[in-house]
Design a protein around this ligand. Sequence first.
Ligand SMILES: Cc1ncc(COP(=O)(O)O)c(C=O)c1O
Length: 390
Amino acid sequence: MSRETRLAARTEGAEGSEIRIMFERAQAYDGDLVRLEIGEPDFDTPAHVVDGAAEAARNGDTHYTSTYGVQRLREAIAERIARENGVPVEADDVLVTVGAIEALTVGLLSVAGPGDEVVVLTPGFANYTAQVELTGAEPVQVPLPAATGFDLDHELVADHVTGDTAAVILCRPTNPTGRVYDESDVRELARVAADHDAYVVADEVYEKLTYEGTRRSVAAIADDPEWVLSVNSFSKSYAMTGWRLGWLAGSTEVIEAAQVLRQATTLCPSSVSQAAGLAALDGPSDPFSEMVDTYEERREYALERIREWPEVECVRPEGAFYLFLDVTAFERPVMDLALHLLEEYGVSTTPGTAFGAGGEGFLRLSYAIDIDRLGTGLDRIERAIETELR
Ligand SMILES: Cc1ncc(COP(=O)(O)O)c(C=O)c1O
């Protein structure tokens, strides 16, 4: 006897991100595959961080923590934000989260709901739209112009901010383009949002991976920081993706609301991961700055190689660890192209459409990979261009 599965309406049409589709295809690949689709550091978490977590676990630090996160970690994060970002934040303004993903989810759930709109820039991180939909608010996708390398056109975005807007999500440095938007554009957009009583949800997970442009956070740039919710995490900057640790910083009222909501979802981040986070903030920073230097070296190498491909354009990424290649000249839907490169040439990339409609015609390559393997991956794409794409 068969019966229809009962599923909630919100699951209808929920396909999951194309990033995950490529990830699964790459995982299942049988052979020598160069993984340029991955959006995470190839470095292992530095030893002093692992030691901090292991010691905590051995000492019995294996229980639930406060739903706000461990107080010492909240204080260390607040100190870091005040010192490095120039934003006067107190521990009470910080919620320790399960990665930036949870900070985005509970942050958005706290400020947006049915009847509201949330402005999402495209191309942009795929999860934003799904997270907005979870809140019941309407995602309003604003395509940034490819002609300017997807620069932040604050007037264009401001045209979509209305009395219904609860938030504008702004990622800086940006995934997938690597752009570090000019402070003046950020300030203008934040001003328009505040004028409409809307938050800027500033996703700054790539903040430490800024090679050009300024590293000041949106809350420091904005004239009205009360209307900024800062999202950050240990994942990219500290090579700690699997520890699932991040934070949400903002007004005490929003943090309080988010803390209540998270009681129904994750309760608290892992105690052991929080010990790792403390070790990362308290310990030496050299291993992390060495990683940034390495990414920068790979960025230069990859850009030099891509410059040799006349059909392909690439805006110089100023941050993060991605290259967003304009492959419109090949006149193929980019999902097909990405799958073809994977199956026939042994190199996996992410189709630009994974970042919203604004990404058609683009492929994202990650340079969070050893430089020799990066070279092999680029050789394979070059061979595809020479043998059949051009
Ligand atoms: C822009 C952006 N925000 C958030 C995340 C998620 O970060 P976390 O691992 O801290 O949840 C990612 C991961 O790829 C990302 O690219």
